[in-house]
Design a binder for this molecule. Sequence first.
Ligand SMILES: [Zn+2]
Length: 295
Amino acid sequence: MLIADLNGSRIDADMARRSGAYRCPVCKDEVILRRGRKVVAHFAHRPRASCIARTGETRAHLEAKRVLLDALRARGLQVEAEYATTEVAEDRRADIMVWSPSSKTPVAIELQHSRINVPDLEKRAQSFVRSGIAQLWVPFLDPGILDAADQIAPDILKVDRYPIQLHVLWMYGMVGEDGLWMYQPRARAFWRATLTDHMLMSKEALWYEMGAVKRYRQGGTRRSRRFRTLYLQGPWPADALRLNLFHRSADSSEWFNWPEGRLATFVPVAETECEENRDYYQSTKSRDAPSESRR
Ligand SMILES: [Zn+2]
């Protein structure tokens, strides 16, 4: 974790001194400050601690939080890492919570490194909605996935066979046509992702069943159940991105439920054409009215 409790106040590992009675804000156990050349400064539980705050805490996840926290803070925004909201169920604090300077709307940015099952995701999304918190889900690109990518334009990569992960599909459905933002740990950068069906070709075939019944199958294409084709545009470092708020309506599919509520997305600075509120601009763009331009 990046944030510990010191005498009742939150302290950032970057600001912490070696010695100090740091405590985990969740379980209140003592935690140890770790600093090294290869890992961002953080607080660690003792080896056998069974705290919920330890789950999913990888080096890449710590780094991702650090990168966003620093970029948003550098812009003068009110931002916190590992921010607990009393109303969000269980512990699971928001990885990053940032407040819109104009509307004061809190925005939770969730950097999803590990797989998470869809019912848990939906529960968490619902609790953000109930708490009036806008949400932005950012799954990680698996290591090696870009090794198999084709560069089809100067800033666009295509991964022809991207293995389907349900939580990624849910997040993609959540954000809709604006595209899903994904984080690449190696580059510490963000990509805008679009998923399309991966089509499989089947050849025309003629065979005899049981040695007698003539069977024929037309050639053609069908949709893969295991793969999608992933297009990635980018990469952008965190400081080249701005946040944009919008509203989506409830929707469901065979497998998924998406709540109605406010979402946030990143917008590359170059694409923001807003003059008056350059640092953080918003719109009331509705998912039902995609033609309405960003303001
Ligand atoms: Zn703990």
